[in-house]
Design a binder for this molecule. Sequence first.
Ligand code: OXD
Ligand code: MN
Length: 583
Amino acid sequence: MTTKLASLQEWVDAVALLTQPENVHWCDGSDAENDRLVAEMNESGDLLPLDPENYPNCYLHRSDPSDVARVEHLTFVCTNDEDDAGPNNHWMKPADAHAKIDALFAGAMQSRTMYVIPYCMGPIDSPFARLGVEITDSPYVVVNMRLMTRMGTAAMARIEKEGTFVKGLHSTGDLDPDRRFIMHFPEELSIKSFGSGYGGNALLGKKCHALRIASWQARQEGWLAEHMLIVGVENPNGETHYIACAFPSACGKTNLAMLIPPESHKGWKIWTLGDDIAWLHPDAEGRLRAINPEAGYFGVVPGTNAKTNKNAFDMIHSDTIFTNVATTDDNQPWWEGKNVGSPSVDWQGRDFDEKNGPAAHPNSRFTVSAKKNAAYSELAEAPDGVPISALVFGGRRKELAPLVYEAKNWNHGVLIGASVASETTAAAAGEVGVVRRDPMAMKPFCGYNFADYWAHWLSFADNNNQLPKIFHVNWFRQDDAGKFLWPGFGENLRVLRWIIDRCENRVGARETAVGFLPEIGDIDTRDLDISKETMQALLSVDIGQWQQEMASIGEYLETYGDRLPKALKEVHGKVVSDLQKAS
Ligand code: OXD
Ligand code: MN
């Protein structure tokens, strides 16, 4: 397969001239192609087959130990004007960035095959879907992109018809961390990634395209590209509300997207539309409609078991690529929190010895097609997506943030989103467990200046009359002894129910300076072993702590200088004065 689209052919030829591959292969996404690549990788050791009886069609990939997470310090947004990238991004002048990374690409694919991967982000016939082509020298990337996107012939047909696509160029290079860069050129709709074979650094459809480049496109075209799961909550009467939730990496998005209603909630159903990314478009009625641009899950493995996420646990028993998990002596994949079996070989291929740390890497992953999820929503393929009733922000906070609260209006909700903070996790390289601001959970992923991004969010209030209500949740509040106050997982449905009741105007709320909170008793705790005191603690607002928090948010917002929208400053000022009155 080559192409009749001249701009694509010219780009592929130019890349081949620069990178000097031995072969060029145009991917069609077929089973036969996939089988051949898997067989070749079994031969080369890139993919190790797992126990075919208990894990049919499952493989293990071990990445280089220096290449196990996203690398935010090596990720750049390269716009002509530095202020367009903003203080939230590392910036490089486009010409300098191209020169630097092209020098690394020169000859980088010698004696390798160069794969050309046409893909579509979003249902193939959706007007909201966007197209891309990734060129890579990694067959691991090809087989992952096949699970994570609509990849192959149908995508190519649409690319040739529309002529516009995001250009992504990737090479694993020599994996030298000093020769590793992930560069984005939103003005050119292009991405160049060198020196990493890992997840978000290499599967360019995901964070690079569907968030960094798409957020830029979305601003120009009047929609939003967000780091959000999308879930349908169906009540026993068969009514379904769709909710989109933005939480920082590794805060339980996949678990919430696949929540299993607890025993106490017979008749309730949860439908998964997406676990990581939502593209939100205003419709003619002024609602926001969401599609998930992805077709698969690239989920964190440790902690996944039949209790925490039964749907994920079940679906990763076949047709799954594991990256950096351990194995048992009968060659089943193993990870901390699996709760069955024990590790024999660790993620680096060494005999397991607890002195070397966890057996599976804390950021080890599964890649699996979304269609394997027992809770997969049939509307996941709907070209127009689903109408969103509520947007929910959240973070991992030991204290301060109550279990749930509701914004007073859209602008206040934008402030709540802009104020999201969370303790860091292993999804990104760097220290774990420190609180950092992660506005809208987009700190690593917004392809432009946050000040302009908040202005874009605020602009929706002008022309939409049926916008979703905005909430904030915190499943991670602890007592003084460090014990989690809320059971989490399936029980989070109780909080989603309050959120839906608020959207339907079925329940009142307690107004506080920071937002509307549930009255104790309005969160259904039937059949839950939780005391009234604990619920009070979960729903308490400590005015002194919040005054400190608002001061810190104010300082943070000021770092965006003159571009910070006035409306955001005003709503911040209003919360500060309401807290003052309440103190
Ligand atoms: C992810 C992340 O991999 O957010 O989804 O880091
Ligand atoms: Mn994510």
